[in-house]
Design a protein around this ligand. Structure first.
Ligand code: ZN
Length: 265
């Protein structure tokens, strides 16, 4: 019963994305297919993001857990000193958040590059340690990204599910990009609801949006950014989605579509 329901949900979401792509996002450029990575309906619009720089911050890192002294070092988060980085969470079956974040970041980077964007990532593998939260913000700021996203998944009590988009509150450093970040979050929220089967969070924020004053990625940014908690890894329904390659690609596409919409209107 569960299987049938899941299959139908996936098919419906897939049709939704197909419709969106069939309608086209913008009209310029030839198309090329990334068959190896994307769902069968995906075709990239070559060049639509030419001249744009996108910052991608896949949260945590695969070897953080085995280097506690490095990641517990205190750094400035824009309001106070806190740990350089954390280990992140995992599903009950042991699929790590850092791996999920990295996989989605890889898919997203591939889509964006195929559309002509320059992509700047805060880490290049899932086997390293860090970088610290302040360094991650600095990498994206130095690249003068047009827009950025931190990709995460949550580890909350198992009953809760769904995504929350965490948005910045003025810290001084980020004052000029608060408005842009709010608009970016709103566009992203709509795309996630249209193009993925993940609902808004049942336990965090309001309608999938939450303002946060305690996150370095948001306090230290000089470019419009949000932090996406994609779902709850401790919830069995969310965990099934988060660990599925199909969902990871669909999520990356939903973020990609949102970036195009945010930058191109
Ligand atoms: Zn995280």
């Amino acid at each position: 019963m569960t299987t049938v329901r899941t299959t139908r949900t996936v098919a419906a979401a897939s049709m939704g994305l197909g419709c969106l792509l069939a309608m086209g996002v913008g009209s310029a450029g030839a198309t090329s297919t990334i068959a190896s990575l994307a769902p069968s309906t995906y075709s990239a619009q070559t060049g639509i993001l030419a001249g744009k720089t996108i910052g991608i911050d896949p949260g945590h890192n695969g070897a953080n857990g085995s280097h506690p002294s490095i990641i517990s070092r205190k750094v400035w988060d824009g309001r106070e000193y806190k740990a350089c980085n954390t280990t992140g969470t995992s599903t009950n079956a042991g699929y790590s958040e850092s791996r999920f974040n990295y996989k989605v970041a890889q898919y997203l980077a591939t889509y964006l590059r195929s559309q002509g964007a320059r992509v700047v990532m805060t880490r290049a593998t899932n086997t390293g340690v860090g970088p610290c939260i302040n360094r991650r913000a600095a990498i994206i700021n130095a690249a003068h990204a047009n827009v950025a996203i931190s990709i995460h998944a949550d580890g909350a009590p198992s009953r809760g599910r769904g995504f929350a988009i965490l948005e910045p509150v003025a810290s001084g450093t980020n004052n000029k990009v608060i408005k842009g970040s709010i608009r970016w979050g709103s566009v992203l929220r709509r795309s996630l609801l249209t193009n993925t089967e993940m609902p808004t969070s049942t336990y965090d924020g309001v309608n999938g949006i939450k303002f946060r004053r305690d996150l370095g990625a948001l306090n230290l940014t000089k470019v419009p950014t949000v932090l996406l908690e994609t779902g709850n890894m401790r919830n069995s329904r969310d965990a099934r989605l988060l660990t599925s390659r199909t969902f990871q690609k669909r999520l990356a596409l939903a973020i990609d579509r949102a970036i195009i919409k945010y930058l191109k209107g």
